[in-house]
Design a protein around this ligand. Structure first.
Ligand code: HEM
Length: 428
C-alpha cells in the first residue's frame, strides 16, 4: 500500500487502517490532519509514574460488559537489531532508555494514549555469552514435525499499541528519527542505537477483520467474516477466566522480577474451507469443542459466553472425545495443558490480526512465566492423543483449527520490568 492510497473520502475506520498499515510521515500527517486536531491525545506521566511492569495493560484498556479486556485496536511490532556481534555500548543503552522514557512522557499509559513494551531475545543475551539469570528463555524451535516457521532472533522487539492510529504513528516516526517530537515531547531517536529489521502491523476488535477482508488472501471473496467478530475466524477470544492474570505470568524472583516472557508467533490463515465447507456447528466444534456444538453453547460469535468459554468442563479424555465425535476442538486441546496443578490458567494471550503482505494472518503474543509453559500448550494443540485414538482425526484434519492456520514466524523474548528495559545485561 502506498501513501497515496490514503483517500480522504474513506470512512474513518478505513482511513485509520490504511494509515497504520502504510506508516511513514505522510501517513502520520494525513492522520493528524484528519483526526489529530479534533481529539488531543492524552500525555503521559513519565516512566516513574507508569506501572513497574511493562506488561501491565489490563487495568488501562477498554473492557466489555463482562469485564473481558479489549486490547488496543491498532498494534505495531518493530523487530530490531543491534549492530555487530558485541554487547551494546553504554551510549546505546542510554539512547534506548531515553527514547522509551520519552514515550512515557509523551503518551498516557492507556488505550487512548500508547501502551508499549520492549523485549529481548536469547540471541541478544548471548552477546554477553549467557542467558538472562533466572529466566527460562530458550531459542525458538519447531513445536510440531509438520511446521516450518522462520525464527525471529532479532535482538529486541518493540511493541506499540493504541486505539489512536495517530498516537501509534507519531511514536513510530519519532523512534525512527523521522520527526523530533511525538505528541509535543522531544523523543531521542531509537534507531540511532538499533536498526529496524522488520515492521509488522495489526488490529483487533469487532468489525475490523470484516472491514479489512475484501481482496485479502486467505478469506473467501464473498467476505463471510461476521461484522461482530474481532477475529477473521469469526469468534471472540480471550475470555477473562480463560486468561492468566498479569500477576500470574509475572516473574517473582531474580534480577528480572516484575518482568515476564513473551512468545510471539505469526499464523497465516486460509479460511476458504473454514467458511465454505463447514456449518456454524462444525466451526464451533473445531474451535471450541464438539460438546460446545452439541449443547448449543455458542451462538453467533460467542459473546454470550460472558467471561468464561466454559471449556473446563470438556478437558478430560480427549481421545474418547475424538473417537465419539471424529473431531477435537482447538480450545479444549490447548486448555488441557493450560492449567497448573491448582487450576490456574498459565498463559496470557494477547493476539491480534494482520493484513501485512495482503495475507490474513494472526500475530499471537503470549505472556507466561516461562517459555516451557507456552511450548507445552502449543504442543497440546498438535492433538497427538486424538490422532492416535481414531483415523478420523489426522495431523491437520478434524484436529482443531490446524487445517486452516500455518505458522510463519516464531520468536521468544524476555520483557524486563520497566526499570530494566534499556538493553539489560544477563544479570539485569
Ligand atoms: C489463528 C490462530 C488462532 C485462533 C483464531 C485462535 C482462537 C481461539 C479461540 C476463539 C479460542 C476460544 C476462546 C478463548 O478461550 O479465547 C481459543 C482458545 C485457546 N487458544 Fe487459540 N487461537 C489461535 C491460535 C492459538 C495458538 C497458536 C495457541 C498457542 C498456544 C493458542 C492457544 C489457545 C489456548 C491456550 C486456548 C484455551 C484457553 C483456555 O485455557 O481456556 N491459540 N483460541
Amino acid at each position: 500500500m502506498f501513501v497515496t492510497d490514503l483517500d480522504d473520502s474513506l470512512p474513518r475506520r478505513e482511513f485509520c487502517k490504511a494509515a497504520v498499515a502504510t506508516g511513514g510521515v505522510a501517513a502520520l500527517s494525513a492522520c493528524l490532519d484528519r483526526f489529530g486536531g479534533a481529539e488531543p491525545i492524552p500525555t503521559g506521566d513519565g516512566p516513574g509514574a507508569h506501572p513497574a511492569r511493562q506488561h501491565a495493560w489490563n487495568d488501562v484498556v477498554r473492557t466489555d460488559d463482562d469485564g473481558n479486556t479489549l486490547l488496543p485496536r491498532h498494534q505495531l511490532l518493530l523487530y530490531c537489531e543491534l549492530p555487530g556481534d558485541d554487547p551494546p555500548t553504554e551510549a546505546a543503552r542510554e539512547r534506548v532508555g531515553a527514547a522509551l522514557d520519552a514515550l512515557d512522557d509523551a503518551f498516557a499509559w492507556d488505550s487512548e494514549g500508547l501502551l508499549h513494551s520492549v523485549a529481548y531475545s536469547r540471541a541478544y543475551f548471548e552477546r554477553y555469552g549467557a542467558g538472562p539469570t533466572g529466566v527460562d528463555l530458550p531459542r525458538p524451535r519447531p513445536l510440531a514435525d509438520f511446521e516450518t516457521p522462520t525464527f525471529d532472533e532479532q535482538d529486541l522487539l518493540v511493541h506499540l499499541a493504541s486505539d489512536r492510529p495517530a498516537a501509534l504513528l507519531a511514536a513510530e516516526e519519532a523512534l525512527r528519527g523521522r520527526r523530533d517530537r511525538a505528541n509535543g515531547v522531544s523523543v531521542p531517536t531509537l534507531t540511532d542505537a538499533v536498526a529496524v529489521a522488520d515492521r509488522r502491523t495489526g488490529f483487533v476488535g469487532a468489525g475490523m477483520p470484516r472491514d479489512r477482508a475484501d481482496d485479502l488472501e486467505g478469506v473467501p471473496a464473498d467476505n463471510p467474516v461476521p461484522e461482530a467478530a474481532p477475529l477473521f475466524m469469526g469468534f471472540v477470544a480471550g475470555f477473562r477466566k480463560n486468561q492468566a492474570t498479569e500477576g500470574y505470568v509475572t516473574l517473582d524472583q531474580g534480577p528480572f522480577a516484575g518482568g515476564t516472557t513473551k512468545a510471539v508467533s505469526n499464523w497465516r490463515q486460509r479460511l476458504a474451507d473454514w467458511y465454505e465447507e463447514q456449518s456454524h456447528d462444525e466451526r464451533v466444534t473445531e474451535l471450541f469443542s464438539p460438546q460446545h456444538a452439541q449443547q448449543g453453547l455458542v451462538e453467533g460469535v460467542g459473546g454470550e459466553l460472558g467471561a468464561d468459554s466454559g471449556i473446563d468442563a470438556f478437558l478430560e479424555n480427549l481421545d474418547e472425545v475424538a473417537q465419539e465425535h471424529g473431531r477435537v476442538g482447538h480450545a479444549q486441546k490447548a486448555a488441557s495443558a493450560n492449567r497448573d496443578a491448582d487450576g490456574n490458567v498459565r498463559l496470557l494471550r494477547r493476539h491480534f490480526e494482520s493484513t501485512d503482505d495482503g495475507v490474513a494472518s494472526l500475530h499471537f503474543p503470549s505472556l507466561q512465566r516461562d517459555i516451557a509453559a507456552f511450548e507445552a500448550v502449543r504442543q497440546a494443540m498438535n492433538g497427538v492423543d486424538a490422532t492416535a485414538a481414531t483415523p478420523a482425526v489426522r495431523q491437520r484434519v478434524n484436529n482443531g483449527i490446524l487445517e486452516y492456520v500455518f505458522v510463519r514466524h516464531r520468536g521468544y523474548f524476555l520483557v524486563p520490568p520497566r526499570a530494566k528495559r534499556a538493553l539489560p545485561r544477563p544479570d539485569g
